[in-house]
Design a protein around this ligand. Structure first.
Ligand SMILES: Nc1ncnc2c1ncn2[C@@H]1O[C@H](COP(=O)(O)OP(=O)(O)OP(=O)(O)O)[C@@H](O)[C@H]1O
Ligand SMILES: Cc1ncc(COP(=O)(O)O)c(N)n1
Length: 270
């Protein structure tokens, strides 16, 4: 039976990040994608040119429309923008007793624009993180959420432990912002063991939407019934292919190639 995944996130008019990246990824991984918009951004590869948040009522109404009729086998959150939206989303997740929850704690866009109001971090930690099956911060986001400085492997592990204490079941601290020039290593923690997922670092400016794409791939795999570890394995392959098989779109930080993973798989079967 076709599985369904929901993204609760912002729109990126440029198509590389936000709900556009999520829905493309869901489709590529053969999951039926749905969305609840939290904000519209006027965005392209050069940056964020405008942010237009939705009302809380509009966010709730979209989620209710899905919850009352279609349902979701997994959901992810991306840009949530403010504390009111975070609280409302948490209430909706509880109302529908959704379980496969992936939280990508989007805070700042590549160009520096703030996609989450600073004071909303408190609400994120208090209301949403305890509902998360998977939390996927990048290093700066993990630093904000824990108040820790993260440079070394040991500091990453301590940050993951501290996030686990907040009630998150699985944490992946992504390595895209690491200073290691040859590889990009993501640290995974399930409350017992640490695992690392390492891939060759691609030298490119076209990494817009990597975080959204990665967390959407995890969500799609969870919707299909994968366990968290296997979902991360697939997501890592998916994002690596999407960064490697790059194309040139726009004049700044271009998007990744969401079709690359499927094309590679099809080729392997030929
Ligand atoms: N240059 C790269 N080469 C290979 N993998 C990368 C590269 N940059 C990021 N990744 C991988 O992409 C995924 C997303 O990580 P990243 O840390 O970039 O997320 P993010 O910071 O949320 O995204 P963004 O920087 O676009 O906001 C991770 O699996 C990471 O290892
Ligand atoms: C609407 C929206 N949501 C999220 C991001 C961050 O994207 P990412 O961290 O995946 O690059 C973005 N730039 N725009």
């Amino acid at each position: 039976m076709l599985k369904k995944a929901l993204t609760i996130a912002g729109s990126d008019s440029g198509g590389g990040a936000g709900i556009q990246a999520d829905l493309k990824t869901f489709q590529e991984l053969e999951v039926f994608g749905m969305s609840a918009l939290t904000a519209v951004t006027a965005q392209n590869t050069l940056g964020v040119h405008g942010i237009y948040p939705m009302t809380v009522e509009a966010v709730v109404s979209q989620i209710q429309a899905i919850g009352d009729d279609i349902g979701a086998d997994a959901l992810k959150t991306g840009m949530l923008f403010n504390a009111e939206i975070i609280v409302a989303v948490s209430e909706m997740i509880k109302k529908y007793q959704w379980e496969n929850i992936v939280i990508d704690p989007v805070m700042i866009a590549k160009g520096g624009a703030s996609l989450l109001q600073t004071e909303a971090t408190v609400a994120l930690k208090k209301y949403l993180l305890p509902l998360a099956k998977v939390l996927t911060p990048n290093i700066p986001e993990a630093e904000v959420l824990t108040g820790m400085t993260i440079r070394t492997r040991e500091q990453k592990q301590n940050a993951a432990k501290s996030l686990y204490e907040l009630g998150v079941s699985h944490i992946i601290i992504k390595g895209g912002h690491d200073e290691v020039p040859t590889e990009s290593t993501d640290l995974f923690y399930d409350g017992k063991e640490f695992y690392t997922f390492t891939s060759k670092r691609i030298t490119t400016k076209n990494t817009h939407g990597t975080g959204c794409t990665f967390s959407a791939a995890i969500t799609a795999e969870l919707a299909k019934g994968a366990n968290v570890y296997d979902a991360v394995v697939t997501a890592k392959d998916f994002i690596q292919a999407a960064i490697e098989d790059q194309f040139e779109i726009g004049h700044g930080h271009g998007p990744t190639n969401h079709g690359a993973y499927r094309k590679r798989k099809e080729k392997a079967y030929l």
